[in-house]
Design a protein around this ligand. Sequence first.
Ligand SMILES: NC(=O)c1ccc[n+]([C@@H]2O[C@H](COP(=O)([O-])OP(=O)(O)OC[C@H]3O[C@@H](n4cnc5c(N)ncnc54)[C@H](O)[C@@H]3O)[C@@H](O)[C@H]2O)c1
Length: 353
Amino acid sequence: MSVLAIGSGILPRLGEKLREAGLSGRVFLVSDDHVFPLWGDAALNGLRAGGFTVVSYQLPAGELTKSLAATYRLYDWLVEHRAERVDTIVALGGGVVGDVAGFVAATFLRGMPFVQVPTTVLAQVDSSIGGKVGVNHPKGKNLIGAFYPARLIVSDTDALRTLPRRDVAAGWAEAVKCGLILDAELFEVLDVNAAGLCDLTSSLVPAVVERCAQHKVRVVDEDEREADLRRILNYGHTIGQALEAALDYQVLLHGEAVSIGMAGAAAIAVRVGLLDPASAERQNAVLAHFGLPVRFPRDAPPPSVDTILERMARDKKSRESKLHWILLDRIGHARIASGISLDLVSEVVEGLL
Ligand SMILES: NC(=O)c1ccc[n+]([C@@H]2O[C@H](COP(=O)([O-])OP(=O)(O)OC[C@H]3O[C@@H](n4cnc5c(N)ncnc54)[C@H](O)[C@@H]3O)[C@@H](O)[C@H]2O)c1
């Protein structure tokens, strides 16, 4: 199980945290060219204060970096510096850096110790936890990868201050999801404090990140390889990911697509009599408080319903060719449902566009 260290201003203690986690050897710090100029020095100083020798590498920022080509450049760099199995790979950045560096850590020398230092809301509440690492194939996202949990995850919530506001809001979509599927009290906290969380002025930022992270750690711990329980974390993803794919990952950020997907899932749950309409409205109102979309934005041409349905059918999460849905039966509780008619799905998707 990964050790979590979450707090405001803990980056200078990064080296100390690695020592506490029993890590030694050199550190291979992987970041991107947006994050490293902002937070690289703090990370390097924190590691050196803990007595570590550090070598660093900056990948180009952005989703295109999640490729086997980037992985190969990192392998070359590790070979050049004669990295050994006792050395540690540290990922400093958002989900992209975490996914790529984690895949390299999982595969180089058949596995090197791996530490995540997530710097986006999405990465702190979600992607750094659970051990899914990997890269995209030109024909599909996240097709190449492994389950390789980080030994340690160090989340300094101060690092979020330089994140563009849109990315902050999109990251909180995963926190709202967490409240909706697992924790009605967290959902209330998010509702009441949406404004302060969006501009990061709320003193609750570290507590909310920690609560979401703990939930994910617990769920993943019970179901590391996504047999069943872990699948509830995919709430909003069936429609959301299909929408992202149909738009070639342009237009919407992941969290925004998941937000629209959650609106769609709630509409389906209401139509099949699982969820009361007031709870669905409440969900959508809270998403809107975070500035998140609950339908496709009017200022962009929407994909067709057929394209989205086709993408959904291709989704690797569909099992035995039947699509499973994660639906709420109340705020704070989700269940897996199948047998939802295609006509209903099509109608709901049309309503979202
Ligand atoms: N492994 C998982 O379980 C999992 C779960 C969800 C998403 N993901 C993956 O995560 C990726 C998305 O992650 P993301 O939203 O963090 O995107 P990202 O890593 O691309 O970061 C978004 C942008 O913000 C910049 N950035 C990061 N931290 C910053 C900071 N503190 N200040 C200023 N700029 C900063 C980055 O350079 C980038 O330009 C996707 O590839 C997705 O597939 C993985």
